[in-house]
Design a protein around this ligand. Sequence first.
Ligand code: PLP
Length: 383
Amino acid sequence: MEHLIKDNVKAIEISGIRQFNDKANRTQGVLKLTIGEVDLPTPNIIKYKLIEAINNDLTKYTQNKGIPELRDLITTNIKKEYNVSYSTEEVILTVGTTEGLSIVIKTLVDEGDEVIIPTPGYVGYEPLITLEKGKVVGLDTTINNFEISKRALEEKITKRTKFILITNPNNPTGRVLSKHEMDVIVDVVKHNDVFLVVDEIYSEVVYEDQFSSFIHYQEIREKLIILNGYSKSHSMTGLRIGYLIANKNIIDHLVKVHQYYVTSASSISQYGALAAEEFTYSEMVKSLKSRRDYAFKRLQSMGLPTELPNGAFYLFPDISEFNISSEEFANKLLHQYKVAIIPGEYFLGNHKNYIRISYAVDTDTLKEALNRLQVFIFDLKHN
Ligand code: PLP
């Protein structure tokens, strides 16, 4: 019956990250620095809200856009932080940021349309775009110290460009955009017939207090779509709850696609997120910062060139000196030294000279995994 499956579904694959992680799970005694979620539990106050929602029978359909209390609170918090006004109707609660991305892509991308994405980039984007027969146009930032330059961005724009997709802070680099880069991106959007879609899922996992949302660029409001969620900010990946904010002209279309795909996000998760929206999980961020500092120092002492990232929970060291691909590097490290990391070439942009290390694991695991990595690096340098 294979012939009945759509060609563009056959053409995509389960992500390299998932496959590599499954391989690591099948290998005994492996320490994993692969995972895109924090080891810490979901805070109790959120758990109580989830249980309370069940006990109060809040287990029925909600409005398609989601419960007004949470959408209200999101807009109130935006007003407080950025002095920007969005109405409750301009927010949709989604099944994780992933559903937000999916409905944006479903709404905007037709066959042959192009989406510009700076690379290295998150693996979840491209398959959603190719499923719509659209095309990803990568913008390689490794050649410019991971910075997005105006010229490079403008050069990628064609008549078929529908939107620019930015991840800030970035996965896999953990990098947070500078104000200058944000200005440049907004300027390009302003002068071209394109949308700007920003995935800010790591917005609360920032260390040097320099994150600012694109939401304050109200001069491009009619072209701006902000995606966010609670998976990373409150360690609740399994609850599948996120949101998107956009001007009414866009929301009116997005909500139709959202309605027919999912009706609404889980009612229980929406109530859990209502508690999450009230506070920042600062113990988690503090703990991640000390793990980042520790892991970064260790990589420096191994002589692996690495940028100090200001957000998310990943490090992205350069392994070019070893003259092997990131996949070969990762396979050797997995099979001979029992540590799993993710090859850079599994991310958007196919960056074979880098690896991604997730430090969102407990400190004992992190320490021992880095000890093993150090031995591997020593062996590579001396054999
Ligand atoms: N966007 C980025 C950049 C991510 O790294 C991830 C998860 O790793 C997601 C979106 C998915 O988020 P969610 O759990 O909200 O669907």
